[in-house]
Design a protein around this ligand. Sequence first.
Ligand code: KIV
Length: 291
Amino acid sequence: MSTRPRTPAPATPAPGKLPLPELAEMKRRHDRIVMVTAYDAPAARLADQAGVELILVGDTAAMVMLGHESTIPVTLDEMIFLTRAVTRAARHPLVIGDLPFGSYENSDEQAVASAVRLVKEGGAEAVKLEGGTAMARTIEAIAAIDVPVVGHVGLTPQSVHRMGGHRVQGRRSGHGPGERERVLDDARAVQAAGAFAVVLECIPLDLAAEITADLAIPTIGIGAGAHCDGQVLVMHDLLGLSTDWTPRFAKRYAELGREVVRAAGEYVAEVKGGRFPTEAQAFAPRAAKAG
Ligand code: KIV
């Protein structure tokens, strides 16, 4: 008797998954690509239901989930843990796992090993890493083992100390770090190395338009204006989950932070006032046995 399961094995990619080559077609058709970050299963499920094409398990998790001041402290093990939760729930969007600072810069071998872990243990379908010309060989090495790679140029938060803060890049003309022609060269280098898309973060909108027209691969903008092939926002920013600060380039589509404080405050008041739980949330005593 066969020991094979009677139901067919799930297909790879799963049915309904956005096929990666479709992204290049979307660019050709001027069909805008929507990416959002997610760091856990409920957020991934909701993003999927909302119709996003790409989910990024970004290293912004360091700040919005883990309470750090920058993206630098998050570890590869932590990113794998979060990516695994997201990939369990995301049926249709492609899931991109972010390679955290320190997990890919030492050598091609280190980068390939980290990318393999995000794919194999985290279930990611692609990986993202920061850096342009300087990271071209690294991108090539990861792409060479058929792990799809997204590049990230412009403001690269893992380089926050070199940049002297989270500052707009590419405003001044020149080929030096953070200068306009350098950002363009970085985007070109990322494409030449085999990335299938590139995130453009915090650069002037005319530079983003120039890069988008120049590259064959899709550009996904954040703080880069409307001329990119797609947009990405951090989930916590778009939901208004913080009660204080939002980056200038983000838009709050809801005020969930305020709503959470209101709801939790009501819970506190009801417990303190003896109004929760009521009989509706309690269990009646066990009926005594007859006889
Ligand atoms: O880590 C992240 O969330 C990102 C996006 C801001 C693009 O890199």
